[in-house]
Design a protein around this ligand. Structure first.
Ligand SMILES: Nc1ncnc2c1ncn2[C@@H]1O[C@H](COP(=O)(O)OP(=O)(O)OP(=O)(O)O)[C@@H](O)[C@H]1O
Ligand SMILES: [Mg+2]
Length: 410
């Protein structure tokens, strides 16, 4: 598709870095070294950061680069209604699934009776019932009925202990197994109550010998746990904030993707535009990939467009959003609020209500509506709400350069 630029079609894939893409990883060198050292001994490590910055990738990179340790291919994306039995069942399933995976470096472990027994039990349960997917990038389970509850809890613990011992004998490390759990955040996946309950429930499992844990969550999870689940807060020995990659590192990451595909293209996006997208995405690499992909798809078939510029981007997102914005104009208050947020990204509620001349309660209702419709994003800091336009509307509709809204620069 992107032949004219000589870049691969999957240049904007947004899967986390995993075992097969370790060579695409850039940056975080100090944290990598530090955490890799910590994980040599039994530890519980928390990686926290904003969405899409690369928490899962960093965890995957560290555990898969560590020689002489056992870590399953897949991370475990926790779900709100899990209990500890489900959690243990899924951890066991992930471990035996790795041992049975074709191409695993841990084939030798198949000779153990216990491993075969666990594998049988779990295939008996039909992994599909546990929601364990074969898709290659995740293990998940719905919030409903749990098949693991058929297995006695002591048996689950016993299996986990035995698996730890067996893998310990094979690899002779203080904590030979490194598990990674994902999705632990209060903003998107969990309510605060669910998160508190799950962490209280799985605490003992996190303490089982021979297994280290990398827990990925949103920024603030460490503080949340200290405050609300101190018994878990106390067993986390390291909290690391995953900062966004720098602009230069993002460019390097794109170049590595082109090189890995054996292609020689130059990245077809004007540096100024890329920098603008980087700045307004708060360093969320996933958001950047998503925006760039939409632009590449829009312009690959336009023979005259060799480099995608700010004007192209603005035009595209203006066209894509125009009809939606028109519908806002039917409401007397939605449109002015949207316009104010687009032109004042990061505005707080008080100033917003001043700017549009409406009461705060009205503005509060409308911002919720606009958020639900995907026009704006609300960020909470302490008790104050800050409002940002969705990045696509920001590119297409903001009056940067003094251009009025509705007036694309083309
Ligand atoms: N250090 C890195 N080097 C190269 N690419 C990276 C790096 N970190 C992240 N990426 C890429 O950025 C995208 C997002 O990364 P990832 O899924 O790890 O973020 P995340 O913080 O775990 O996101 P979420 O908050 O949704 O869980 C992926 O496509 C990944 O390949
Ligand atoms: Mg993640």
């Amino acid at each position: 598709m992107f032949e004219k630029w000589n870049i691969p079609d999957d240049i904007c894939d947004n899967y986390p870095i995993g075992l097969n893409s370790l060579d695409l990883f850039v940056g975080h060198s100090e944290q990598t070294k530090f955490l890799s050292g910590i994980l040599t001994n039994k530890s519980v490590v928390l990686l926290e950061g904003e969405i899409g910055v690369g928490k899962t990738s960093l965890g995957n990179y560290i555990r898969h680069s560590k020689k002489g340790f056992f870590s399953p291919l897949l991370e475990i994306p926790c779900k709100p209604k899990w209990d500890n039995d489900t959690f243990m069942g899924i951890v066991l399933a992930a471990i035996v699934k790795e041992i049975m995976r074709s191409g695993t470096p841990h084939k030798k472990l198949r000779k153990h009776e216990t491993i075969r027994e666990i594998n049988e039990k779990f295939s008996d349960l039909k992994l599909a019932n546990l929601g364990i997917t074969g898709a290659g990038f995740g293990i998940s389970k719905g919030s409903g009925f749990s098949r693991t509850s058929f297995i006695n809890q002591t048996i689950l613990i016993d299996y986990l202990l035995k698996v730890g011992e067996i893998i310990g004998e094979q690899y002779r490390q203080p904590a030979p197994i490194i598990m990674q759990v994902n999705n632990l955040d209060t903003r998107y996946s969990f309510s605060e109550d669910d998160l508190t309950r799950l962490f209280n429930d799985i605490r003992d499992t996190l303490q089982i010998p021979n297994i280290s844990w990398i827990i990925c969550g949103d920024s603030g999870l460490g503080n949340f746990l200290k405050k609300n689940v101190p018994r878990v807060g106390q067993i986390i020995n390291t909290i690391v904030t995953v900062e966004p990659l720098s602009f230069e590192e993002i460019i390097t990451a794109f170049r590595l993707r082109i090189k890995k595909a054996g292609m020689k293209g130059e990245f077809p996006v004007e540096p100024g535009l890329l920098k603008y997208i980087y700045d307004i995405s708060n360093g969320s690499f996933r958001e950047i990939l998503n925006i760039i992909y939409q632009l590449l798809v829009r312009y690959y078939n336009e023979p005259l467009v060799t480099t995608i510029t700010g004007e192209h981007a603005r035009f595209f997102f203006y066209e894509a959003g125009r009809r939606h914005v028109e519908t806002l104009k039917k409401s007397k208050i939605q449109y002015p609020v949207f316009e104010a947020v687009v032109n004042h990204p990061g505005i707080n509620q008080k100033n917003l209500s001043k700017l549009v001349g409406k009461q705060q309660s009205n503005v509060s209702r409308v911002t919720k509506e606009l958020e639900a419709m995907g026009f704006i994003i609300v960020k909470k800091e302490g008790r104050v709400n800050y409002y940002y336009p969705d990045i696509k509307y920001r590119i297409g509709f903001s009056n940067i350069n003094g251009n009025k809204m509705n007036d694309p620069v083309v």
